[in-house]
Design a binder for this molecule. Structure first.
Ligand code: 5AD
Ligand code: SF4
Length: 451
């Protein structure tokens, strides 16, 4: 199927992790630079980019059904939309997508999307193209500069992963670890701040493995990068995600106590509380070493909120081993968490391990785990009641005069600013956390400015 002409409008649909959200934003900027405009809300786009995720179940099936839906809507509207499949499913199953879905004009991997403009030109001539080349070195330099930013921005500093956890597809889809150069990151952060960012979340599949050299040739880790970025007076908040417990060094722990702009929040996936399961997962930590590490972070920053990722039903996981995960959860008291049923990923070692756990057992374990995690999240939010803190205003709420933002601990806070006057998106206001709900906190405005 040949899309009739060069596309005039685009839509990028990103699935999965924050790194995909970042890539989706960069793709959108690049398409805009080519003179292709974002499709108005509710209207079909000439070019649809599906920026896919391959981390768990049925990702590829979802892509095929999305492709079917987009082509059908196009047919009904009398046009043939150009469809691009990007992201990790593109990387993992590019050839198969091309063979199975003739409506797809191009397949482009996460390290190759800077070459999309020439693929679009080809597609307009009816030529289909696949580009899943790695690595990423040329990509960032080829992308346009940042010109627009929400108050809270993402900045990818590192890509790929060398850890090879036995369940995980990331080392195969995103490739080996690559750190972006220090000067490029300082420059992009500056541009984001000039474009309206007040908070930057540093991103990487294994973000704390970032390493670089400053302008004097000194080797830096992520702690050094955080300290350098914190020097910009207009950047108010810094966060980072996602880390592996093995790459958290003393300098980074100290940074949490020393750099006020580094928010008191740490997402540190543990996956399981059972040492036997952790070993089978090829995680290089034990439950105890993880807990000790958290103690060191908490000693540096006592009000640190903790978040984690969990997998239930890894091959061979027994009831007793699952209960060790529940005990670890009880010991930590997470402020937030993500929990998943194990999903065999083609090509990973765990997919062919014996003793795959039955789906109904996984369902039941996930429910029990989530009950514990929800209990702790609620307790954490309840314990915040009465605190006064800064809130970064991100958008208007549903009600007249209502605003929504984030506390330092990444809680969603809504508050009434109708009588305050002069509040704008991107402001940092002072609010009292008055009442905790299941997913957000009602705040009361104390001052229109930071404390
Ligand atoms: N099955 C289930 N969950 C997975 N994750 C990664 N791979 C899998 C898988 N095969 C989860 C891990 C990781 C998060 C991003 O996704 O918890 O930390
Ligand atoms: Fe996957 Fe994270 Fe393990 Fe890397 S550290 S293999 S991204 S789960």
């Amino acid at each position: 199927m040949k899309p009739a002409t060069s596309p005039k409008t685009y839509r990028v649909k990103s699935f999965g992790c924050q790194m995909n959200v970042y890539d989706g934003e960069r793709m959108a900027e690049m398409l805009a630079e080519q003179g292709i405009a974002p499709a108005p809300e509710g209207e079909d786009a000439d070019l649809v980019v599906l920026n896919t995720c391959h981390i768990r179940e049925k990702a590829a099936e979802k892509v095929y059904s999305d492709i079917g839906r987009i082509s059908k809507a196009g047919r009904e509207a009398g046009k043939t939309p150009m469809i691009a499949v990007a992201g990790c499913v593109a990387q993992a199953e590019g050839e198969e997508i091309m063979a199975r879905a003739p409506a797809v004009s191009m397949v482009v991997g996460p390290q190759a999307y800077h070459r999309m403009p020439s693929m679009i030109e080809k597609a307009a001539r009816g030529e289909r193209a696949t580009d899943t080349d790695m690595p990423a070195d040329a990509k960032f330099a080829a992308l346009p500069q940042r010109r627009k930013s929400a108050p809270s921005a993402f900045l990818t500093i590192q890509e790929g992963c060398d850890k090879f956890c036995t369940y995980c597809v990331v080392p195969y889809t995103r490739g080996a670890e690559i750190s972006r150069p220090f000067s490029a990151l300082v420059d992009e952060a500056k541009k984001l701040v000039e474009a309206g960012a007040r908070e930057i979340t540093l991103l990487g599949q294994n973000v704390s493995a970032w390493t670089g050299e400053d302008d004097k040739g000194r080797t830096l880790g992520m702690a050094g990068l955080i300290r350098a970025l914190a020097e910009d007076p207009d950047l108010k908040r810094i966060r980072y995600t996602t880390s592996h417990p093995a790459d958290m060094d003393d300098d980074l722990i100290a940074t949490h106590g020393e750099v006020e702009k580094l928010m008191p929040y740490l997402h540190l996936p543990v996956q399981s509380g059972s040492d036997r399961v952790l070993k089978a997962m090829n995680r290089s930590h034990t439950a105890e070493s993880y807990l000790k590490l958290l103690d060191r972070f908490r000693a540096a920053r006592p009000d640190l909120a903790l978040s984690g990722d969990f997998i239930v039903g890894f091959p061979g996981e027994t009831e007793a081993e699952f209960e060790e995960t529940l005990s670890l959860v009880d010991a930590v008291g997470y402020a937030a968490a993500f929990s998943f049923k194990y999903s065999p990923r083609p090509g990973t070692p765990a997919a062919t391990m014996d003793a795959q756990v039955a789906p109904e057992v996984m369902d039941e374990r996930l429910q029990r785990l989530q009950a514990s995690l929800n209990r702790d999240q609620h307790a954490f939010n309840k314990a915040s009641e009465g605190k006064t803190c800064e809130v970064l205003v991100e958008r208007r709420g549903k009600l007249e005069g209502q605003w929504l933002g984030k506390s330092p601990w990444l809680q969603s806070v809504f508050f009434d600013g109708a009588d305050a006057g002069g509040i704008a998106i991107g402001d940092i206001v002072t609010a009292k956390l008055a009442q905790a709900g299941p997913n957000s906190i009602r705040g009361e405005l104390v001052a229109n400015a930071a404390a």
